[in-house]
Unconditional design. Structure first.
Length: 324
């Protein structure tokens, strides 16, 4: 899948955040802060000085990192957070009266931050920094970070389980959305299901019989793919959803066709986000190049970038810059 332009990316992420998810890997991580990723952030936050803290979260989404920071450091008015993202956001948990110290800035690119030089003690990003034009985003992150401040990034790793699953899902999405795929075949049978509900026997029409045979063949191919075993959740979900949709068709085919259109649209948007994840994941050389750029701009600083893994496998890179 080719990468879309900026307005399509912004629209896909805005639609995703509008559904209210706290972070972008809801299928992969329980809650917000489990496992190696949660451990990384707790370690970073625990080493911050106990003085009032001004933090900036880049590509924040619905604010998973600001929420965690607020839970650990938000008591006593010693924390303010600015959280930026290119997309429109809908953090359900954010109560302006309760979380007045956390300000969301939607529609803001991290390559052009609307903040003064050296304004933040902490700059963070979780699976976000790598989505930007990295040279420009790094220059901006280091510009707004105070001397002696901390930069902490969790980034996608080219060898991670998330990327492996992402690649498999992209292939499944392509299969489902193809001309001979399940969704197109379901679309073709829906009007005949509606005819049957009206008491007309579709079996008398060659076109209906052809549509039914094509649908059955699509299901057979889908089952073979599910059996092949590579990250089949999406396929199983699509099969079950389509079964239910066909069972729900009434005498008017329009509602089912509209539901199918929306399902297909959501799948295209999910594919776009997955394609971004896969294409922005950093390999070892790219991660080391990022470390070298930081060292070049902040000579003497302590910069570490290490793989983050847990029982399921590799989850990403954890990069931390602290004053040397
Ligand atoms: C994978 S999500 C991560 C969101 C959040 N940090 C989390 O952990 O749930 C990536 C986010 O990066 C945002 N994004 C992509 N490019 C960006 C840019 N150049 N500037 C700001 N945000 C960007 C997208 O809109 C999306 O919300």
């Amino acid at each position: 899948m080719s990468l879309p332009d900026e307005s399509a990316r912004r629209a896909a992420w805005s639609a995703y955040w509008a559904t209210g998810g706290l972070h972008s890997c809801v299928g992969s991580f329980e809650g917000n802060y489990g496992g190696a990723i949660g451990g990384f952030w707790r370690e970073v936050f625990s080493r911050l000085p106990a003085t009032p803290l001004r933090a900036l979260d880049l590509a924040t989404g619905n604010g998973a990192i600001p929420l965690m920071l607020w839970e650990q450091r938000g008591q006593g008015g010693a924390l303010t957070v600015d959280a930026v993202d290119l997309a429109q956001l809908a953090p359900k948990w954010h109560r302006p009266d309760q979380h007045a110290a956390i300000r969301f800035h939607a529609g803001v690119a991290m390559e052009a931050l609307p903040f003064d030089d050296a304004s933040f003690d902490l700059v963070t990003s979780q699976y976000g920094f790598e989505y930007a034009r990295r040279d420009a985003a790094l220059a901006e992150a280091l510009r707004v970070l105070k001397p002696g401040g901390t930069l902490a990034l969790v980034m996608h790793h080219a060898g991670s389980v998330l990327v492996q699953v992402g690649r498999a899902e992209l292939s499944h999405q392509e299969h489902l959305l193809a001309g001979e795929g399940l969704l197109a075949c379901a679309e073709a049978v829906i009007p005949w299901f509606a005819q049957a509900r009206r008491g007309v026997d579709p079996g008398q029409f060659p076109m209906a019989r052809g549509a039914r045979a094509a649908y059955n063949a699509a299901i057979e191919r889908l089952l073979a793919r599910i059996g092949a075993g590579a990250a089949p959740d999406l396929l199983v979900e699509a099969r079950d959803w389509t079964h239910q949709l066909l069972a729900s068709v009434g005498t008017d085919p329009a509602p089912a066709l509209e539901a199918l259109r929306r399902y297909r649209e959501a799948m295209v948007a999910a594919g776009l986000r997955t394609a971004e994840l896969v294409s922005h994941a950093l390999d070892e050389a790219q991660a080391q190049a990022l470390v070298a750029s930081i060292r070049h701009t902040r000579p003497g600083a302590d910069v570490r970038c290490e793989p983050l893994s847990q029982a399921q496998g590799l989850l990403g890179w954890g990069l931390v810059l602290r004053a040397g």
